[in-house]
Design a binder for this molecule. Structure first.
Ligand SMILES: [Zn+2]
Length: 249
């Protein structure tokens, strides 16, 4: 049974045909739904109520940092206080799309890390073109388990993350023909520190690259990892799920 540690099935795009999506993920036994707004979050809570495979992540996305006011921060804290958030994320820094408000992003990131510390929940990290700032802020502030989602950095950066006791999550890009660091990172990452994800509806793995992604396709990511590491797929899947569930102990 497979683990999708990062998917967006409550995005309109997948939620609009959720029955198909659920039908396609029968062999996914653990799944974390990432929510970047309250509409998605409320949908995810309902799904979790009905199906024990699901856990729910919610946090303000770095790209939205300029729109996050005090009222929104208070609502996030309210949900944490009520125990509705299993993982705070995806939070982090993204200088790729827009690097004109890096300081605003950093401020939001630190405030959310502190909330995670206060309410003792793991954090899921989105880090793009911002490795140095992101790792420095995590080292200075983070006290709960860290998951680096869709890891795409170098082996050297990954080792730095591992020294912070983080879990490293890999997605569809490791299956691409032109994959750069991904396969090397998979080989260098201890199996006990590794997670699988889809980031669906994005980052569709081969053989469905170019089409819409869904959690069921995490099996292609798992298969690729087992090939790269020379291990049985079932053994990889079992250890990945144990790694994922360890976040909630
Ligand atoms: Zn995501």
């Amino acid at each position: 049974m497979y683990t999708d540690s990062h998917c967006h099935i409550t995005f309109d795009q997948l939620y609009d045909h959720l029955d198909d999506v659920l039908e396609g993920m029968k062999d996914v036994s653990s799944c974390l739904i990432m929510c970047t707004n309250e509409t998605e979050f409320l949908r995810a809570l309902k799904l979790k109520e009905a199906d024990a495979r699901f856990k729910v992540a919610f946090g303000w996305f770095p790209g939205d940092a300029k729109t996050i006011d005090d009222a929104k921060m208070e609502r996030l804290e309210q949900y944490l206080r009520e125990g509705k958030i299993d993982v705070l994320g995806e939070i982090g820094l993204d200088y790729y799309w827009d690097n004109t408000f890096n300081e605003v992003q950093k401020d939001l990131f630190v405030r959310q890390i502190r909330l995670a510390n206060q309410y003792k929940v793991p954090i899921a990290i989105h880090m793009r073109e911002a490795t140095r700032d992101c790792l420095d802020l995590l080292k200075a502030h983070a006290k709960t388990p860290i998951v680096f989602h869709c890891f795409s950095g170098s082996v050297e950066t990954m080792k730095e993350c591992l020294r912070m006791n983080a879990l490293i999550s890999f997605a569809g890009p490791i299956t691409f023909k032109n994959a750069k660091h991904g396969p090397d990172c998979v080989r260098a990452c201890p199996l006990e520190r590794l997670l699988t994800e889809t980031d669906s509806p994005y980052l569709t793995p081969v053989p469905y690259r170019g089409k819409e992604n869904q959690p069921g396709y995490v099996r292609f990511v798992t298969k690729k990892i087992s090939e790269l590491k020379g291990l049985e797929e079932a053994d990889v899947a079992r250890q990945v799920e144990a790694n994922f569930l360890s976040l909630f102990q």
